[in-house]
Design a protein around this ligand. Structure first.
Ligand code: C2E
Ligand code: MG
Ligand code: MG
Ligand code: MG
Length: 287
């Protein structure tokens, strides 16, 4: 309160600094509460991915949502980054893992065979105890690591390529499927593709959102598709927002598409309704 009152004496850039500082502080405090709260502020939504060749649903990406009474909706990009810096990411990921694996068990009980993709932060893939917990949680529900795909952002892998390679090898050895997220934004040398034990690359949505109008994006996407075929990797295009992009990607033999054109991320209730009316068929073979 004192801090807020005194901010009228600050210069505009100092005010902006203080505002962002206060927001960070509020996010840290409120997130701590949310992680132990009785009433659920955190939730998961699921966004389908479909095979372009067969129009079958192949998997659902789990995305975390946070609605706070003071701050309103806080985007995951923002609070995940702050949780990492504040040493809280393990708690957030643990929450996400528990919820997602419970939901996966429920989907299986309802007869759905799709894989679930979970996002991990760079801190998570270095946290052996957390990864052991992940395996334990799956086993407790009678699920296999192959039921889960782990998405790791390219820039996180590039930051320490040797460490990342070792950690990913261990995950792969346990049977998890691995995907590089936001591919194309990590300014990598691409040499690491030779060594990383990954199954899939997800082309960053910045190259896909305007695909049908932007010739440069078309060249980039086709180049990535070629690269992936050389390394025998599956490719997901994220951010497919219109039929034109969907059709181009299909023509170019991109494996999998994800984006608002297919579906926005959905709550479990909304997803259940979507599955009942969706034109995409279910029970595809496993990835
Ligand atoms: P991401 O994993 O690359 O997820 C894709 C983001 O693009 C999601 O934003 C999704 O809602 C959005 N998106 C999907 N299709 C479209 C489309 O057609 N058009 C546009 N404009 N956007 C689309 P979201 O849910 O806000 O998540 C942002 C990022 O936050 C994620 O990027 C991921 O890096 C991170 N994140 C989300 N949930 C989790 C989580 O549970 N754990 C961790 N560690 N990170 C998470
Ligand atoms: Mg992702
Ligand atoms: Mg992405
Ligand atoms: Mg991302």
């Amino acid at each position: 309160d004192e801090a807020v009152k005194s901010s009228q004496w600050l210069l505009p850039y100092e005010q902006a600094l203080e505002k962002s500082y206060l927001r960070r502080l509020a996010i840290i405090t409120e997130l701590k509460n949310a992680l132990v709260a009785e009433q659920a502020e955190l939730s998961m939504v699921y966004q389908p991915k479909v095979f372009l060749s067969t129009l079958q649903i192949c998997s659902m990406e789990a995305l975390v949502r946070w609605n706070n009474k003071l701050l309103g909706f806080v985007p995951p990009d923002e609070f995940i980054a702050i949780a990492e810096q504040a040493g809280m990411i393990e708690q957030v990921t643990t929450w996400v893992m528990r919820k997602t694996i419970n939901d996966l068990a429920m989907f299986r009980a309802a007869g759905h065979t799709f894989t679930i993709a979970m996002n991990l932060s760079s801190h998570d893939i270095q946290n052996r105890a957390l990864l052991d917990k992940l395996a334990d949680l799956l086993a407790a529900q009678g699920l296999e690591p192959t039921d889960l795909e782990l998405e790791i952002t390219e820039s996180d892998l590039v930051a320490d390529a040797d460490l990342a390679t070792e950690n990913l090898r261990q995950l792969k050895a346990k049977g998890f499927r691995l995907a590089i997220d936001d591919f194309g934004t990590g300014y990598s040398s691409l040499a690491y593709l030779k060594h990383l034990p990954i199954d899939t690359i997800k082309i960053d949505k910045s190259f896909v959102l305007n695909l049908s109008n932007d010739v440069d994006d078309q060249q980039i996407v086709r180049t990535i598709l070629h690269l992936a075929s050389v390394f025998e990797l599956k490719v997901v295009a994220e951010g497919v927002e219109d039929e034109a992009a969907f059709a181009l990607l299909r023509d170019w033999h991109c494996d999998i598409a994800q984006g608002y054109f297919i579906s926005k991320p959905l709550s479990i209730a909304a997803l259940t309704e979507w599955l009942a009316v969706s034109p995409y068929s279910q029970n595809a073979e496993k990835l």
